[in-house]
Design a protein around this ligand. Structure first.
Ligand code: HEC
Length: 122
């Protein structure tokens, strides 16, 4: 009986701890799950294939890191640098915007991309 009870306690404490910690671990942004779908929807029609616009392919993580004519599109760990974020950010006036002439990314999507880059663009 006592053994049984202590097992029950362990189980209870274990799952309480697990719950507790899961509240704190912020999930890392993942290229496959969150970033690729955005780029596929807004960017890949022009940024893929043999002659991508700006010499930049945005269809795989490797191609994004390789960058385009002006160099790296994304610099892992540095969300303030790299062409991609500069061209999509919505601060008015300073940069031409991507995607051109169409619906822009919303703030949530831009922040997601920023966080992804800050976390090392994995
Ligand atoms: C309608 C076509 C089109 C779409 C859609 C588009 N782009 Fe572009 N993009 C271009 C063109 C054209 C250039 C080249 C501009 C130049 O070289 O002056 C370019 C250039 C770029 C560059 C600079 C590449 C370099 O090194 O010179 C980046 C970064 C970029 N785009 C990111 C994006 C992102 C991110 C998206 C999606 C949110 C996107 N683009 C959607 C047409 C597009």
């Amino acid at each position: 009986m006592r053994l049984w009870l202590s097992k029950l306690y362990c189980l209870l404490i274990g799952s309480t701890l697990q719950f507790f910690f899961s509240q704190f671990s912020v999930a890392e942004v993942s290229y496959d799950k969150q970033i690729k779908p955005i780029l596929d929807e807004y960017c890949v029609e022009c940024h893929s294939g043999w002659f991508p616009d700006g010499g930049l392919r945005l269809d795989t993580r490797e191609n994004i890191l390789e960058g385009g004519k002006q160099g790296a599109a994304v610099i892992p760990g540095k969300p303030g640098k790299g062409w991609l974020i500069n061209l999509i950010k919505t601060e008015p006036g300073r940069y031409s915007k991507m995607p051109p002439g169409k619906e822009q990314l919303d703030t949530e999507q831009i922040n997601m991309i920023k966080n992804w880059i800050a976390e090392g663009a994995r």
